[in-house]
Design a protein. Structure first.
Length: 233
């Protein structure tokens, strides 16, 4: 199932504490952003990449695109104050495609088979998002006190890609903007429309590079996969 992908890349990386956009930090031999771009560049089903960027970072990102021969980038719209606004700036510029994926540029370890599965379910059912089952017990805390424990059996840690029929996501983004609703993922905007959203179980390796510890995990993941590749030679 062919699709276009929106990669929000206009964040500030505050929790990473690197004093710069964390997507420019290297994991092994190349920036996090490039690792993520290469996955979609190599996926034959991906027909276009849209990157929400900060105006002051556009030239640098264009140099990365050139240096790493990324040929599928269709646009670099200016990102917004929040991640949702950055995604919406891309959705507004895209011509209607059948399926659109939104994927955090900070998640470099997504795999093509999982992308394919998400795009297929989105085409057939309208909406599908990546996730993994919660490993820890989750509790609601108020004023330092445990208020409630949430049944772990029904708890998932949601990731990206989040895949949708384009018209559904475009409507959800427009409605959210109109009513001033701010969600932390695109699924929240589509849930508000009452549309079913399917979960596709992905990997714990599909981690979002958010804090310094995630970089250590990321290096270890690369090491493991390089080691595997060396065994195949
Ligand atoms: N206004 C924003 C905020 C985030 N993002 C992007 O959305 C993805 C996920 O966001 P997050 O991990 O929160 O990145 P940052 O906002 O940069 O991190 P922090 O919240 O620690 O500042 C990242 O690829 C980030 O670049 C974006 O395009 N526009
Ligand atoms: C979209 C997301 O990756 C799903 O877990 C997450 O909500 C992004 O949160 P962030 O704070 O914008 O990184």
């Amino acid at each position: 199932m062919r699709y276009e992908v929106v990669l929000p890349a206009a964040g500030s990386g505050k929790r990473m504490g690197a004093g710069q956009n964390k997507l420019f930090l290297n994991l092994a031999d190349k920036p996090i952003l490039v690792h993520t771009l290469l996955v979609f560049e190599q996926d034959a089903n991906c027909t276009g990449i849209w990157l929400a960027v900060k105006d002051e970072e556009r030239l640098f990102i264009q140099s990365l695109i050139e240096n790493y021969n990324i040929t599928k980038v269709k646009g670099l719209p200016t990102g917004g104050e929040e991640r949702q606004h950055s995604v919406h700036s891309c959705i507004k510029e895209m011509k209607a495609v059948e399926v659109v994926l939104v994927h955090d540029a900070a998640r470099p370890f997504i795999t093509i088979p999982k992308i394919t599965e998400l795009a297929k379910v989105a085409y057939e059912k309208g909406a599908a998002i990546a996730g993994v089952r919660a490993k820890d017990t989750m509790k609601i805390v108020q004023n330092g006190l445990i208020k409630e424990t949430i049944d772990r059996e029904s708890l998932w840690m949601v990731q990206t890609p989040q895949a949708f029929r384009y018209d559904l996501l475009a409507e959800a983004e427009d409605v959210a903007e109109k009513v001033g609703f701010l969600g932390t993922d695109e699924a929240m905007l589509v849930e508000r429309l009452g549309h079913d959203i399917h979960i596709v179980e992905c990997s714990y390796e599909n981690v979002k590079m958010t804090t310094q510890e995630d970089l250590i995990f990321g290096e270890a993941i690369l090491e493991k996969h390089n080691f595997r590749k060396s065994l195949e030679k």
